[in-house]
Design a protein around this ligand. Structure first.
Ligand code: AMP
Length: 287
């Protein structure tokens, strides 16, 4: 498979998009921070299947990292990323510099609504403002398109959906399922931080989520009991420092008082294993 074309400037990207749209083609967009794995590739596959022209962006966004987070050591391998993009049929890679994305310096951040308040929003206070700011900028640069996001970052997807509606951006946000290792660990660029002993403990997050989802499926209606079930499982991993475990309504991110019959809920966990911060989630439906 041939390598995709790469553009590094907004003007270069928009010139290509103008030419593509002049033919009536639809545009798919996959925003990433690079160090691509099969989870990212699944988003590219979804875009290639549904749209005529697929753009992947690779941009490690400084705004979404707190000063004590891993911006400097965030893993990068652009050559391998381009090969993977080509293998999966992406047409164009947008690989801009920080000054290309933020030409006037620190932008006025996009305000994040209530859906970004709890969980990741509480653990990483400036994170979603950074995400919403860069994604709004990328959406404006891209114009009308379908944008593909992973359910792996379920709350981020909700924040981006609301942002696109509130800012009236002509972008349809498409959610894609989580891609996992054989033992259940969700693929993540940050999994490279795991030492062997930590890697062996890492699937405990998914096991906890499955146990919680099974409790919901068996009719447990008290969210705090479901959370206890997840915490019990996570306590099996001696090195895991749990950030949160939660059960929420998927649209509002509010924890319901009771889980009503037929309700769809989302179970989410986050924690640290050594240098790696891991997040994961599953859906469940009450009987
Ligand atoms: P990132 O490069 O971590 O910013 O992720 C870029 C996009 O890939 C986001 O929409 C993520 O949710 C998605 N993604 C990351 N890991 C996975 C995975 N294991 N399965 C599906 N999508 C993923």
């Amino acid at each position: 498979m041939s390598l995709p074309d790469v553009v590094e400037t907004v003007a270069g990207l928009q010139a290509r998009l103008d030419a593509v749209r002049a033919t009536g083609a639809s545009v798919g967009f996959v925003p990433t921070m690079g160090y691509l794995h099969e989870g990212h590739a699944s988003l590219i596959d979804a875009a290639v299947a549904a749209d005529d022209f697929t753009v992947v962006s690779i941009f490690v966004n400084p705004l979404q990292f707190a000063p004590d987070e891993d911006l400097a050591e965030y893993p990068r391998d652009v050559e391998a990323d381009l090969a993977r993009c080509g293998d999966h049929g992406a047409d164009l890679v947008f690989h801009p510099s920080v000054s290309e994305v933020y030409p006037v310096g620190a932008e006025e951040p996009v305000v994040v609504g209530a859906v970004g308040g709890p969980l990741e929003g509480a653990s990483r206070p400036s994170h979603f403002a950074g995400v919403a700011t860069v994604v709004a900028r990328l959406f404006r640069i891209m114009g009308c398109c379908r944008a593909y996001f992973g359910e792996k970052d379920f709350q981020q997807m909700a924040v981006v959906r609301r942002m696109a509606v509130e800012l009236e951006l002509p972008v349809e946000v498409v959610g894609c399922p989580i891609v996992r290792e054989a033992d259940g660990l969700a693929l993540s660029s940050r999994n490279v931080y795991l030492e062997p002993g930590e890697r062996r403990q890492a699937p405990v997050l998914y096991r906890a989520l499955l146990a919680g989802a099974a409790a919901v499926g068996n009719g447990e209606a008290d969210p705090t009991v479901v959370v206890e079930v997840m915490e019990d499982v996570m306590s099996e991993a001696p090195d895991l420092v749990v950030d949160y475990s939660a059960l929420v309504e998927p649209d509002t991110f509010v924890m319901p008082g009771r889980i009503t019959t037929g309700a769809e809920v989302r179970l989410l966990v986050a924690g640290r294993l050594g240098r790696a911060r891991l997040v994961d989630n599953v859906g469940a439906v009450a009987p």
